[in-house]
Design a protein around this ligand. Structure first.
Ligand SMILES: [Zn+2]
Length: 300
């Protein structure tokens, strides 16, 4: 009898266990419909993903794309909504081709197109022809870029951070002093602005970083706009804000300069979306029917 009971336990217990697993799969496999604002984005583009649940099992916790996990936020800020959103930045250096965005067993397919980024030729003095950083600089920038706070603080199109014309576009490959930089693309948008002219915040947010006299970024400021969107302003002459300070769109952050690794005075402005550099141009384009911003209702 003892043998029989052991056998029974050995076979029945796993069956019960399997039933328990499959019923928990059945419970969590609520249908989640995934959609994106553009299923054929270019390298460097931001798209918005919406996950619509049937309401049976709460929020899907996250989605994955290109080996990265993205947190989902209730659309409109309301927790009872059955729509959740995440902004996905298509990296400028991702290989064009087919990708999947996954939420549990649900998925949406993307076809990433080439960004068609031009090559730029630059001359830098020997002392600045390197990417050396000051103590704490790499860590400070990395922490700022990785900030993900819950509240989306902006509405609609972003404010242009300098009134001067843009020069180097996002995504450019560079030949510096005659040498092509491998694994490099221009991670922001440059404005050909004279030294001392104002730099303003592109959207409401909170200052999360002030770097001073850093070798690469010079004097710089990073602002968190919520839900993984961070703006960074570098090479500044002066900085007029403090870490932790709330800023409005258009509020002065400091002035243009050529501190750090710069060949002359200009504003380098980067936008990061969930830690990935994205092309800032569509965020400030007015009108721009293709920008996801124009289609997205303002979220609290
Ligand atoms: Zn730049």
């Amino acid at each position: 009898m003892i043998i029989a009971r052991n056998l029974l336990e050995r076979f029945v217990a796993p069956i019960i266990f399997l039933v328990a697993i499959s019923s928990s799969i059945a419970q969590s496999a609520q249908s989640t419909e995934l959609s994106v604002t553009n299923a054929a984005p270019a390298q460097g583009e931001t798209i918005e993903l919406t996950a619509t649940t049937d309401g049976s099992a709460g929020a899907p916790p996250s989605v994955t794309f290109n080996k990265q996990t993205y947190k989902l936020f209730p659309r409109g800020g309301s927790a009872d909504s059955n729509k959740y959103v995440a902004l996905l930045a298509i990296p400028a250096d991702i290989k064009p081709g087919k990708y999947q965005v996954l939420a549990g067993s649900d998925r949406v397919d993307l076809t990433v197109k080439a960004g068609k980024f031009p090559i730029q030729y630059l001359t830098l003095p020997k002392s600045k022809d390197n990417f050396l950083m000051s103590p704490g600089e790499e860590e400070g920038i990395a922490a700022a870029k990785a900030t993900v706070s819950d509240k989306r603080m902006w509405t609609g199109v972003f404010t242009v951070p300098s009134k001067y014309a843009t020069s180097s576009k996002f995504g450019m490959k560079r030949v510096v002093n005659g040498k092509l930089l491998d694994d490099y693309f221009h991670s922001g948008l440059d404005f050909r602005a004279p030294a001392g002219t104002p730099i303003v915040s592109c959207a409401p947010g909170k200052v999360v970083l002030v770097g001073l006299k850093w070798r690469l970024h010079g004097n710089c400021v990073a602002v968190d706009h919520g839900q993984g969107v961070i703006s960074i302003y570098i090479h500044m002459t002066s900085v007029g804000v403090k870490v932790g300070q709330d800023v409005e769109a258009g509020q002065k952050l400091g002035t243009v300069g050529s501190t750090g690794r710069a060949s002359g005075p200009h504003l380098h402005w980067s936008l990061y979306v969930n830690n990935v550099a994205t092309n800032p141009q569509p965020w400030i384009a007015v009108p721009n029917s293709k920008a996801w911003l124009a289609k997205t209702s303002a979220a609290e």
